[in-house]
Each structure stands twice: as structure tokens, then as C-alpha cells.
Design a protein around this ligand. Structure first.
Ligand code: MF3
Ligand code: CO
Ligand code: CO
Length: 278
């Protein structure tokens, strides 16, 4: 198998699936508050996807080799849960932070995106981790153009995370996406510039860094899916599905509620410190 280059028609299909995935996150945002269970968030998203959008929740019964079928329609990963959290009876409480990861299938194409949500008021440490992880995702995405390499993406993410004393999870990565949920290439969130595959116009893949507040080691829970940090430190993740264009990239998982790129992407590198102008 090799990396699929999407045709213009396939890209239109990916755009629609991507927007719909992002709109599920827009929809669920108002329901994330103290007292709600992750199972209720799953039910609300499931009904929205199936009955309002006419999309298929890709996680439901998804069973890659070596895994039992995923039992729910979304992933909810709370606090020290890194990814693939299974929604259930857990009641969210003030100060929790969680990742909600949505993958829909529309007309055979997948759109995959996740965001961090605050339940009530987060701690300063949690807010900082979520903000830096968001910057990591965008700094990785901002490397994307034809001729750049996958290593450039991983490097940009790793440098930013480690600069803040955080660590990058190694066992899970971004992925090519299209008619299949997970296809080539693997998009590692660490690495060295100029290494691994070169990017080509028409590729579609996700960038979805998982960043831990302390050590990078993880473990899988007995449910066969939920991944947590070994040291129980907080973990955060953001995810977009992107297209490599002739001149750079296009975000496919866009919608009105998706947060805009962070200031760090808009600041010129040689900006004069604000105090200098006083
Ligand atoms: N959405 C996840 C990703 O970004 C994959 C979840 S697989 C599931 O790749 F089965 F847990 F849903
Ligand atoms: Co993904
Ligand atoms: Co995802």
C-alpha cells in the first residue's frame, strides 16, 4: 500500500465530511458542563450525526487488527486519559478537561477532528497545556506544503512541546485519511527536519498531537481502548484533517465554531517586544 493522492472529486467529498465532523464539535460544545456524563455526550453526538447530518459515526464498532470493536460513536478522553476514551457513566465535574474526538463518514469519505473542552473553570496548568497543545498542532500544520517532509511536521510539534517542559506521545500518530479511516502515511508528532516522506499536492492526512504535562509514557486500560499517562499527568490533544495544496495546506475540518489559528502563527519572528515602543 502507498499514499493515496486524492482527485478533485474526492477532495470535495473530503471537504464535506471534514466540515460535518467539525460541526458535530460545534453542536456538542454547549452540552459540556458539570453534571453531564460522557455517555450522554456520546448519545447526543450519535443522534446528531445519524438523524440530523445523515453521517455514520466511524468509531462505532471500529475494530482494527488486534482491537475489540469500539463500542461507542465518539471518543471522550478526560484529564490524564490520552486518547480513545470510551464514553460511559463518568460524570464530568468542574475543572475537568476533556478531548472529544469525532470521525464521521459521509458518502464514503472520512472527516476526523478533535478539540479540548473545559468543564467549568480549568486550572491554570490545564489551560496552559491545552493552549500549548493547540499551538503544537498549528505549528505542525503550518509546515505543510509540497516538498516539505513529514519530519518537518513532527519536529515543529516536538520542539514547541518540549520547550514548555511537556512530552510528545510516541505510540499514536496522525494518519492518512480518505475512503479509509486510517491509511498511509503515519504522521508522527516528533522527528527531525527533512526526514520521512515528502508531501505531495492532493494528500489528505490528520495532524493530532497528544501532549503530556510530564512523562511521555502511556498505558492501555483493561477496556482494551482507553490510553492514559503512566504518571497520571494531564494530557491534551487537538486534531484537524488537512489537504496538501499547490502552495501550502487547507484545513478540511473547518466550521464556524472551530477556533481560529493561534497568535503564534501570526507573529512575525522578529517582532519588537511591546515594551520597546513605550
Ligand atoms: N479518531 C481517532 C483518530 O484520530 C481514532 C479513534 S479509533 C476509535 O485517529 F475506534 F477509538 F474510535
Ligand atoms: Co485521527
Ligand atoms: Co480523531
Amino acid at each position: 500500500m502507498s499514499i493515496v493522492i486524492k482527485t478533485p472529486e474526492e477532495i470535495e467529498g473530503m471537504r464535506l465530511a471534514g466540515r460535518l465532523a467539525s460541526e458535530v464539535l460545534d453542536f456538542i460544545a454547549a452540552h459540556v458542563k458539570p453534571g453531564v456524563t460522557t455517555g450522554e455526550l456520546d448519545r447526543l453526538c450519535h443522534d446528531y450525526m445519524v438523524n440530523v447530518q445523515g453521517t455514520i459515526p466511524a468509531p462505532l464498532n471500529y475494530a482494527p487488527p488486534g482491537y475489540r470493536p469500539f463500542p461507542k460513536s465518539i471518543c471522550t478522553s478526560v484529564n490524564h486519559q490520552v486518547c480513545h476514551g470510551i464514553p460511559g457513566e463518568r460524570v464530568l465535574k468542574n475543572g475537568d478537561v476533556l478531548n472529544i474526538d469525532i470521525t464521521v463518514i459521509k458518502d464514503g469519505f472520512h472527516g476526523d477532528t478533535s478539540r479540548m473542552f473545559y468543564v467549568g473553570e480549568p486550572s491554570i496548568a490545564a489551560r496552559r497545556l491545552c493552549d500549548v497543545t493547540f499551538e503544537c498542532m498549528w505549528l505542525g500544520i503550518d509546515q505543510i506544503r509540497p516538498g516539505a517532509s513529514l519530519g518537518d511536521i513532527g519536529h515543529a510539534i516536538q520542539v514547541h512541546a518540549e520547550k514548555h517542559g511537556y512530552s510528545v506521545v510516541r505510540e499514536f500518530c496522525g494518519h492518512g485519511i480518505g475512503r479509509k479511516f486510517h491509511e498511509e502515511p503515519q504522521v508522527l508528532h516528533y522527528g527531525r527536519p527533512g526526514t520521512r516522506d515528502r508531501l505531495v499536492e492532493g494528500m489528505t492526512f490528520t495532524v493530532e498531537p497528544m501532549i503530556n504535562a510530564r512523562r511521555r509514557e502511556i498505558k492501555e486500560l483493561a477496556d482494551g481502548w482507553t490510553i492514559v499517562t503512566k504518571d497520571h499527568s494531564l494530557s491534551a490533544q487537538w486534531e484537524h484533517t488537512v489537504l496538501v495544496t499547490a502552495t501550502g495546506y487547507d484545513i478540511l475540518t473547518r466550521s464556524t465554531g472551530a477556533p481560529p489559528p493561534p497568535g503564534i502563527l501570526r507573529l512575525p519572528g522578529t517582532q519588537v517586544p511591546a515594551l520597546a515602543s513605550v
